[in-house]
Design a protein around this ligand. Sequence first.
Ligand code: PLP
Length: 386
Amino acid sequence: MAKIRNRIETRLVHAGEPHPLINGAVSMPIFQSSTFGITQQTNYHDLKYIRLNNTPNHAALHEKLASLESGETAIVTASGMASISTTLLALLSSGDHILAQECLYGGTHDLITKDLPDLGISYDFVDGYDKSSWKDKLKENTKVIYVETITNPLLQVADLKSIIEFAKNNGLISVIDNTFASPINFRPLEWGFDISIHSCTKYLNGHSDIVAGAVIGGFDLIEKITHKLNHLGGCLDPHACFLLHRGIKTLAVRMKYQNESALKVANYLENHQMIEQVNYPGLESHPGHGFAHELLDGFGGMLSFKITGDAETADRFIKNTILPIEAPSLGGVETLITRPATTSHAGMSVSDRQRLGISDRLIRVSIGIEATEDIIEDFYNALKAL
Ligand code: PLP
């Protein structure tokens, strides 16, 4: 595989591609073979077998993903949650403690608060904006600090540079879920994070047709995570590898368009009298705008907003829209709309949701690649009809 060190748009297309091309195939062929004829391997993890994540489809993707975020290497997994759970299980053991940013993706929140304690791993949450409060939560057995680049569903962008510094000063492994930003808008390892995780289900694949995850980092940590993954079995099938590989090639054109479109929609909503608050890191009114402006190359395609009224008004607004599909998930070419209290964050207690500011009338939108004017027109009509 050729090492490509061009700009990211070029690396999306060319990094990790087989060299020379396999029988001249321009598109990476699918190696749908569970096992491969024995060669020279001496180590269990090097046996060529789909569960061991080392088919040609895996190898090409690993190199492409590592190249995008300047990692030494990468591993793809069966879902974003497989990446998150496997990483945390590889880095933490019974008796350890993790610090995590409050207001994470609901699945991650539940893993940390419900599953890790069953294994003897304790946790504390930290406010990503308030660095003075972190030291108090630190324990002798704290091993990992876990954050998201842009949080779900409030789109917070924490003081990430201070998180890195805090991790380094206290010997913690820093892990960041970079799903919402994608490598186009943020490359965590270049700023000093140890591990970057993606739900590739979202922007990296971009077409709402697979679930997949990825972990990017240094050789030692990724080897440890890979060995854990090989035992837990959360491998990505070669056909899904192929779809992800194909999706990644168009990430730059999709993401840049979605960055622009979401900013326009956020501006439109912020000036509408029926919208109480818009959460979008590209807006100057957003509490994380300063950090976002310094760290990110774009503010992403996700936004959320609080509508005036109640949960029922929010549901009526969603029903009034024609263009977005009412569905959880995000990062695809179709605009999706959802009310997090009933979907992504339904597993969280009402009191936790209230404490974190996830209102019942909060609506989350994943902006697709449709014409921005059509989305704005649809929202205008849906608000007018309330
Ligand atoms: N991380 C974030 C920020 C997410 O929004 C999600 C899913 O919505 C996940 C991780 C989990 O990804 P997956 O559904 O691919 O397991």
